[in-house]
Design a protein around this ligand. Structure first.
Ligand SMILES: C[S@@+](CC[C@H](N)C(=O)[O-])C[C@H]1O[C@@H](n2cnc3c(N)ncnc32)[C@H](O)[C@@H]1O
Length: 229
């Protein structure tokens, strides 16, 4: 079964997620010790999607995050380029569409907010995707990104760097149909920029009011930004 490389070739990334789709939700909860649920709830709070708003949950996978964001009454669309991931979430009562973040099939200024959880680091071109997302968000609209990050507390940062790869590979071998994919996940986490650097990339793509919130000692961070009016 395929695993992607850090070049993040879109075909390889999509094929890899197709390959893990059936066990993804379970493996994800196991791998994060159940913290994923708390991260999603906090992301939903930061997103603050209201009834009448249109929200794009980009790279939504099985839609596990989309249902959380839709709870407040907003119309939330799950988009992902892995049809396998979307199919694995078909039981969820949210609209779904196959779409590539690098070239979104939506008109300019379509959404009140776009959110991405645990997925931005898989995109082949981070800044390019952030610019494409800016295009489809209304002026004044919001961007909310939940992504792995750099622990702020030195001892946790040390343990994270030292054991993440080993731990995820071990978990993957016990829970996933494609253990190799979990080595990729760990490698992509370790190669991912810290909170401040990601904030700068977001701003360089044209977003304003960039700020972030650390969760679980900075193992994960939520970045928030707005499209200029
Ligand atoms: C780790 S999963 C996260 C899924 C979900 N957001 C969650 O919180 O569980 C990463 C997802 O990003 C998707 N993805 C990666 N690159 C993409 C792209 N360019 N366009 C759309 N989806 C993409 C993958 O197919 C995969 O479903």
């Amino acid at each position: 079964m395929p695993r992607a490389s850090l070049d993040k070739d879109p075909h390889e990334v999509a094929a890899m997620f197709d390959g893990v789709a059936s066990g993804y939700d379970r493996a994800n909860s196991f791998m994060t010790f159940g913290f994923d649920r708390r991260w999603r709830t906090t992301t939903a709070r930061v997103l603050d999607a209201k009834p009448g708003e249109k929200v794009l949950d980009l790279a939504a996978g099985t839609g596990v995050s989309t249902v959380e964001y839709a709870r407040g009454g907003a119309w939330c669309l799950a988009a992902d380029f892995s049809v396998g991931m979307l199919k694995a979430g078909l039981h969820r009562k949210v609209p779904m569409v196959a779409a590539d973040a690098m070239c979104l099939p939506f008109a300019d200024n379509s959404f009140d907010a776009v959110t991405i959880s645990l997925a931005l680091r898989n995109f082949v071109d981070t800044k390019g995707a952030l610019a494409e997302i800016l295009r489809v968000v209304k002026p004044g609209g919001r961007l909310v990104i939940c992504e792995v990050s750099t622990p702020t507390f030195a001892p946790i940062r040390f343990l994270h760097r030292r054991f993440l790869l080993k731990m995820l590979t071990w978990v993957g071998s016990r829970t996933s149909s494609n253990p190799e994919a979990y080595s990729y996940l760990a490698e992509s986490m370790l190669a991912w920029p810290d909170q401040r650097t990601l904030g700068e990339i977001i701003a360089s793509a044209g977003w304003t009011e960039v700020e972030w919130l650390n969760l679980t000692f900075g193992v994960v961070a939520i970045h928030r930004a707005a499209k200029p009016l």
